[in-house]
Design a protein around this ligand. Structure first.
Ligand code: XMP
Length: 513
């Protein structure tokens, strides 16, 4: 496995993605954590030093321990990682304002062939993506230059004997089109086996779950989302009847959602599943509540109560399964560590395991989202489960600004189903990251046939995004929007006006509350 030492670059996760696409297992760890003992324990086959915002001149500049260069494995330094490497191995780095370079650049070869560059420079030059302020002005002893760009005379350097490679640009980003080849070569130099596939992962994960759980029982909160579904199916495959899933129905689910989940897991997968039908409990508690944070907190608290109530009925349960993913596990590199503002109180069950005295089973904690999907496919979950848009824990409550009533929820469910049906019919579902309808807390006047209507208005929301942190509205054509509005107004009793939300995030958020 490969160790990626993170110095805080925005794109460190992409390095891991590139390596895993090559079927090589790797982990990202923040530089603060990597010391000699950590290295000895991790026993990497190779090391990548990520980019980062710091300067090697800064006081307390983030640097890897010298052992990184002493344990005899290949090392690849990227951007800041390159500077750190040169600085530590005896080269010189200069502060550059004039030489700062951001964006597209072209690298040409120098000084003959390098194993890292097999398949590079078959044309005259390679496009790369630069993003650096400081630059290396003198390379370390033992290094040689293999590629240059107009602003980066040391764009690619290497100490061939020790297999140390340093590049000024980011080979992991999309804008370095041939970057994958570079990683492929690096992995080959490191002698990695490239056998990390989902089939392999499945077998390993099952063995690990069996070993961890033994003959004890496991509870799993199932939401019907991709992560908890894949976790449940995997654990069920490992321990069968020792697993019980709890599906909390808070009355804020989409049309037919509860039936789908129950049919799928109880009937198709034959799992023990508790369908906690607590609609009244939640909806009564939400009566008269219109403040978004109060809604979220009310739902979050009840959710935990309900889950706990049902879970405590399972005799002898010692473990709680969670679909935690790798991006939630990666400890971020923090230089300032200031508190950030709470925009929304997210729905989560953090703290529950301690409260209930349960240990955690998290079989997806090494995986990225697309790997979870691949594993889901491997486990035979149908595509419409795997490719599903994300759905928030508080459900339709946060798509119903103002007071939540059963009537509004029913209208919202119907409208949402029509919108999603339209998106699927037009083949747009997979191009959109998330789509839904929000029912607005206003009634407006309309005319239908010869009669006056006074009904709710709704807003359609569809966004593209990579991780939900930023998003842009989806550019539907007018025809699609017109057709969808007509369908919703004709088919959904209670709505007589339809709008399309064209706010990006930021400044908006994806959900309305
Ligand atoms: P916002 O509205 O903050 O949403 O732009 C970003 C993404 O997070 C989802 N979301 C939630 N997911 N619990 C969740 O599991 C929550 O409380 C929650 N609130 C928002 C939202 O659907 C979008 O995908």
């Amino acid at each position: 496995r490969i160790l990626i030492i993170d110095f805080g670059s925005q794109v460190t996760q992409l390095i891991a993605r590139r390596l895993r696409e090559l079927n090589v297992y790797c982990e990202i760890h923040p530089f603060q954590k990597v010391d000699d003992a950590f290295l000895a324990d991790f026993n990497p086959k190779a090391i990548v030093l990520s980019g980062g915002p710091a300067s090697v001149f800064a006081e307390g500049a983030p640097l890897p321990p010298p052992a990184v260069f002493e344990i005899g494995v290949p090392v690849l330094g990227i951007c800041y990682g390159q500077q750190a490497m040169m600085y530590m191995l005896g080269g010189t780095v200069e502060r550059g304002h004039k030489t700062a370079e951001f964006g597209r650049a072209y690298v040409v070869p120098k000084n003959g062939k390098l194993d890292l560059l097999k398949g590079w420079f078959e044309g005259e030059r390679e496009q790369v993506w630069m993003s650096h302020g400081d630059h290396v002005s003198e390379i370390a002893p033992g290094f040689e230059v293999y590629g240059t760009s107009p602003n980066a005379p040391f764009a690619i350097t290497a100490d061939v004997a020790r297999h140390f490679y340093a590049v000024q640009f980011h080979p992991e980003v999309h804008h370095t089109p041939n970057g994958k080849t570079l990683y492929e070569n690096f992995v080959e130099v490191a002698g990695c086996k490239r056998d990390w596939t989902m089939g392999h992962y499945r077998a390993e994960a099952i063995a690990r779950i069996r070993e961890q759980v033994g003959d004890k029982k496991v509870i799993c909160g199932l939401s019907g989302g991709v992560d908890s579904s894949v976790a449940a199916v995997l654990i069920h495959e490992a321990i069968g009847e020792q697993l019980t899933c709890v599906f909390v129905d808070h009355g804020l689910l989409r049309l037919n959602e509860a039936e789908e989940v129950v049919t799928m897991f109880r009937d198709h997968y034959n799992m023990r599943l508790i369908h906690a039908e607590e609609q009244d409990l939640f909806l009564n508690a939400l009566e008269g509540v219109s403040d978004p944070e109060v809604k979220r907190k009310t739902i979050g608290k009840l959710f935990i109560d309900v889950f706990q109530k049902h879970a405590s009925e399972i005799d002898g349960a010692e473990f709680l399964a969670q679909g935690t993913l790798y991006p939630d596990v990666i400890e971020s590199v923090s230089f300032s560590g200031g508190p950030s503002v709470t925009i929304k109180s997210h729905h989560n069950v953090g703290g529950l395991p301690e409260k209930m005295g349960l240990k955690l089973v998290e079989p997806l904690r090494e995986l990225f989202k697309d790997e979870v999907r691949e594993l889901g496919r491997e486990l035979g979950l149908p595509d419409h489960f795997i490719g599903r848009h994300p759905f928030p824990g508080p459900g339709l409550a946060i798509r119903c600004p103002g007071e939540i009533t059963r009537e509004k929820l029913e209208i919202l469910r119907q409208a949402d189903a029509v919108f999603i049906d339209q998106i699927r019919k037009h083949g747009l579902y997979d191009a959109i990251w998330q789509a839904f309808v929000a029912i607005l807390p206003v009634r407006t006047v309309g005319v239908m046939g010869d009669g006056r209507t006074y009904d709710y208005a709704c807003a359609l929301r569809a966004v593209t995004s990579v991780d939900g942190m930023t998003a842009d509205y989806y550019p539907f054509g007018h025809e699609f929007l017109g057709e969808t509005a007509t369908r919703i107004i004709n088919e959904v009793k209670g709505i007589n006006r339809c709008t399309y939300d064209i706010t990006s995030k930021p400044p908006g958020t994806i959900e309305w509350e």
